[in-house]
Design a protein around this ligand. Structure first.
Ligand code: FAD
Length: 359
């Protein structure tokens, strides 16, 4: 039986652990904290490729609609095919860890893997799945940890307590001028929400000052701040995804969407693909398999984001208006991002967007 060590008990690591056990592998998972502690996330679970099913634990609500503001506000409703949820990631991950344990995975909590321990793990196990986020422990050992900082989006976020009842069942996002990023209000209940922003380009702005402006503008200044966090969102894959017998998954593999900063779904999917490659003895094909499944979607999202950077807000607003008029449910746009001809297929912009995306 092949022995697998997984570093990190986030979405990528826990999904790999469950799939590893289901595939008859012997799996040990090492997490530096307790599972579910110190999570940095707005907690929107958007399974854009519809591959993961409903989250099994920690669900707060299924998102009915997303409101998106450029110059004007546009409402994009969900439908049955749109697998979009607000979750409590701590509860969700504790649920995944319970499932993994029930399948025979040994989870070592409060066990940080240092560079020295990493070198021992790669000796002791057939395969190591590095799901340690960014910068990954592999990158520290192999000396490419700066890569993530140079290629990542930057985020800051507060959790606020107050009246969020007007967002019942909804999430809200609004563009920041010239689309260097956007801010979000993702409610977890009628009285609690994650409010944050992401910048995808280097900025001289102080992100916390920018977030204070958002809070003021959205009428949330009197609300109570209960959590403050920030982090990087790696949107570019490192040159390799396999170093020796260590496979990078999730954020460690740079799999966050450059368009919206979501990465939970891609992390889970990469954990599954890592296990599939190990179980089938096809680790040499790991990167190409990742890109078979996620490559078109991620590349399409990056092209869309780069396009949006170049446009002024009025033009962007017009584009979103036309997209909105096509009257598709939210999941249709996300799912179709997986296909290079997506916008052509749903007849958007009479070929303007598809032709830009192809260049
Ligand atoms: C502010 C913010 C908001 C976000 N909001 C969303 C959102 O709403 N929806 C969405 O889809 N994505 C969101 N993302 C992105 C999402 O959080 C990540 O893509 C996702 O968590 C990646 O999962 P992962 O398993 O690869 O890594 P992580 O979730 O980072 O998990 C890594 C795990 O490894 C552990 N670890 C790290 N180093 C070691 C070590 N040396 N030894 C042992 N354990 C270690 C960590 O403690 C952690 O538990 C957001 C990101 C940020 C920063």
């Amino acid at each position: 039986m092949q022995k697998i060590a997984i570093i990190g008990g986030g979405p990528a690591g826990l999904t790999a652990a469950i799939d590893g056990a289901k595939n008859g592998l012997s799996v040990d998972l090492y997490e530096q904290y307790h599972i579910g502690d110190h999570i940095r996330c707005a907690e929107g679970f958007f399974d854009t490729l519809n591959m993961l099913g409903e989250p099994k634990a920690g669900v707060r609500f299924k998102v009915d609609e997303m409101k998106f503001k450029v110059k004007h506000e546009y409402v994009f409703p969900s439908d049955d095919q749109t697998n979009l949820w607000m979750i409590d990631r701590r509860e969700w991950q504790i649920g995944l860890a319970e499932e993994a344990r029930s399948l025979g995975v040994t989870i070592y909590e409060n066990t940080a893997i240092s560079k020295d321990k990493f070198k021992k793990l790669v000796q002791a196990y057939d395969w190591v799945i590095d799901s340690s986020g960014a910068p990954s422990i592999t990158s520290k050992v192999y000396g490419f940890n700066h890569f993530y900082k140079e290629t990542s989006g930057l985020t800051v976020q507060y959790t606020l307590l107050g009246d969020f009842s007007k967002y019942n069942g909804k999430i809200f996002a609004a563009l920041i001028e010239n689309y260097s990023g956007y801010y979000w209000i993702f409610p977890k209940s009628n009285h609690e929400a994650n409010v944050g922003l992401i910048f995808f380009k280097n900025t001289k702005e102080n992100l916390w000052d920018e977030l204070e402006k958002v809070i003021e503008k959205e009428g949330l200044a009197s609300y109570t701040k209960t959590k403050k966090l920030g982090g990087i969102c790696p949107v570019v894959q490192p040159e390799k995804l396999v170093y020796g017998n260590a496979l990078l998954t999730g954020d460690a593999a740079g799999l966050i969407s450059a368009l919206h900063g979501g990465g939970i779904d891609n992390a889970c999917i990469s954990g599954k693909i890592a296990i599939e490659c190990i179980a089938k003895n096809e680790v040499d094909q790991y990167k190409s398999k990742i890109n078979d499944v996620l490559g078109k979607k991620l590349a399409g999202e990056t092209r869309l984001a780069n396009l949006a950077y170049k446009l002024n807000p009025s033009i962007l607003d017009k584009i979103v208006k036309v997209i909105h008029r096509s009257n598709k449910p939210l999941g249709a746009y996300a799912f179709l991002n997986g296909n290079g001809d997506a916008f052509e297929k749903i007849g958007l912009l009479k070929g303007i967007i598809p032709s830009i995306l192809k260049n």
